[in-house]
Ligand binder design. Structure first.
Ligand code: ATP
Ligand code: MG
Length: 565
């Protein structure tokens, strides 16, 4: 491809609207342009990379035995009503009406459509197992579209769905997708970790994993063991629980009320009492499906609402507002404590290991000291209700400790079970002739997000450094002066030979200053650059891999051999 003909509008300045490094690079290197918030056009270079990502995904899906289909983005609302998600999905679901005033959605995902399809086409265990996938545009009206392709409102996803007779079958399908995902992300040159994730009320044992690209911009925190392979999303991360109860001294002290005017937050209390935040018992009042519940964690810990929601098997869970808190504790927010509360109390395990602590007094401007877990929290339900913290013991091995990293969720594998097959009545006859719901799994990869994730990991101050497998072109040939006929002839000869060898070549034939050409070349990050300059007459060119500092002077044959290698 001749660069003079290519729509590749590079920018010198860092665009002010882009915060994320990947977003800046994509705009600067002319890969994408924004049409509206979270909605982008892929320019030729961006489209080429996206195609390569798609191709890797496609090859690995096919290799894993999945079959490609293409489903409509436009979906009748009735299907979503049948699954119950028309309400549950909330404002992220794009809804619209046709000319007959019938309701439709633009698919944010395709469980409903695929289940309806398979319901009509699969009726016997002989047709199972079956895994179908597509690579298709998804629509989600995200609250905060940002970071370019990382969180778009229109984005490209690979979504796959498996159908099995039983849970063992699902486990095999799931494992095969899990392994395919490992191969896909490895081939894309991504640094990533599969992590255990929260499966909510469905999912079963080992029910869901997220594939996280490691990057500081990532919105998720992942906990990784220093010693073993344990890794989990913080939402779900467990830790070695210390159930040891400190022996309480014999001279038990009486509860003591302390006047703490307007002192509500843990850090304020810490300062007021001159004690570390781990000396306090933090009581939070939640409303779970309409009923109040108190949760107590150590002052330096955070409540994990997902764990809480799972323990309570609650559909809706939210922190109680000022009014509700006053009504059920008798005190404004900031003064709740375990003593005298008439509602279920959940006490985190870490409290049991405390000798005593300071808690709210359920009275405005008062706290109580010498709250002793075994004495005052006797009725509480002990459990794991908090986020893991760095340094916690690993829940799987003896020695390891948890360290935290930031991650971008690029993929997700999930055991759905019968949630959709039951709601949409997708059944099959098993070998004994008994009708059963299909057992399903779903598997997503954010293909466009993956592009951003790769860029978060592969660049330097001069621009992109593409992994070879997904680079828009393999070789960038840069004649120093396009007006110099000797240089151009050699460059064209080189381009032809490399092309014949199956390499994709971009030739910078623009009549630009060398400085401009080299800057653009670094910015667009093609893995190998071949400069044709003053030694062209002797047939000598300069070859430089993008990720190395030095270039090599080689003759034409050597340069071609080097490029092929
Ligand atoms: P997130 O928590 O980031 O919103 P999700 O849990 O909603 O993701 P899934 O429903 O599992 O995502 O979708 C499958 C994959 O699609 C995700 O793993 C992610 O890579 C990608 N994805 C989801 N939402 C977006 C988006 N708004 N823009 C780009 N990619 C997305
Ligand atoms: Mg989402």
């Amino acid at each position: 491809m001749r660069q003079s003909q290519l729509l590749m509008p590079t920018l010198r300045e860092v665009p002010s609207e882009a915060e994320a490094a990947s977003h800046q690079l994509m705009l600067r290197a002319g890969l994408i342009r924004q049409l509206a918030a979270g909605i982008y056009t892929y320019l030729p270079l961006g489209r080429r990379v996206l195609r390569k990502l798609e191709q890797i995904v496609r090859e690995e899906m096919d290799h894993a035995g999945a079959q490609e289909v293409l489903m409509p983005a436009l979906q009748p609302a009735e299907l979503w009503q049948q699954s119950g998600r028309y309400e549950d999905y909330g404002p992220e679901l794009v809804r619209l009406r046709d000319r007959h005033d019938r309701e439709f959605t633009l698919g944010p995902t395709h469980e409903e459509v695929i289940t309806a399809l398979v319901r009509g086409e699969v009726s016997s265990y002989r047709q199972l197992p079956l895994t179908l996938y597509q690579i298709q545009t998804k629509f989600r009206d995200e609250k905060r579209p940002r970071y370019g392709l990382l969180r778009g409102r229109e984005f490209l996803m690979k979504d796959a769905y498996s159908f099995d007779e039983d849970w063992e079958g699902l486990h095999r399908s799931y494992t095969s997708m899990y392994e395919a995902y490992n191969r896909i992300f490895t081939r894309c040159g991504l640094y990533f970790r599969p992590v255990e994730a929260d499966a909510g009320s469905i999912g079963g044992e080992g029910g869901t994993h997220e594939f996280m690209a490691l990057a500081d911009i990532g919105e998720d925190t992942i906990a990784v063991c220093t010693d073993c392979s344990y890794a989990a999303n913080l939402e779900k991360a467990e830790y070695r629980i210390d159930k040891r109860v400190d022996v309480i001294s014999i001279q038990q002290q009486e509860l003591k009320r302390h006047h703490t005017p307007d002192i509500k937050k843990i850090d304020q209390l810490s300062e007021w009492f001159g004690l570390g935040s781990n000396a306090f018992m933090k009581t939070l009042i939640y409303v779970a499906d309409g009923k109040p519940v108190a949760v107590i964690v150590r002052g330096d810990h955070e409540v994990n609402e997902i764990k809480l929601k799972n323990v309570l098997a609650a559909k809706a869970l939210e922190l109680a507002d000022q009014e509700t808190t006053e009504c059920v504790t008798g005190a404004p927010l900031g003064f709740a404590g375990p003593i005298g509360l008439s509602m279920p109390i959940l006490a985190d395990y870490a409290l049991l290991a405390m000798k005593e602590g300071i808690a709210g007094a359920n009275e405005q401007d008062y706290h109580v000291a010498h709250v002793i877990p075994s004495v005052h929290l006797g009725n509480a339900q002990a459990g794991d209700y908090r986020n893991a913290v760095e340094g916690d013991g690993c829940p799987r091995c003896e020695q390891g400790r948890l360290t935290f990293h930031r991650g971008i969720e690029v993929g997700h594998v999930f055991k759905l079970g019968t949630k959709y097959s039951e709601a949409l009545n997708a059944k099959f006859l098993n070998a004994s002739g008994v009708e059963q719901p299909l057992i399903m799994g779903c598997y997503g990869i954010g293909v466009s997000r993956l592009l951003s994730a790769v860029l978060e990991q592969h660049s330097d101050s001069n621009g992109i450094i593409w992994p070879k497998s997904i680079a828009p072109y393999h070789v960038h040939i840069v004649p120093v002066s396009s007006k110099d006929q000797v240089q151009m002839d050699l460059a064209l000869q080189l381009a032809a030979s490399l092309g014949e060898a199956g390499l994709e070549v971009l030739l910078d034939d623009r009549d630009e200053r060398p400085g401009v050409k080299f800057k653009d070349s670094d910015l667009i990050g093609i893995p190998l650059r071949i400069v044709v300059g003053k030694h062209a007459a002797e047939g000598i060119v300069e070859v430089k891999p993008r990720n190395e500092l030095e270039s090599l002077k080689l003759n034409l044959e050597e340069a071609i051999a080097f490029a092929k290698k």
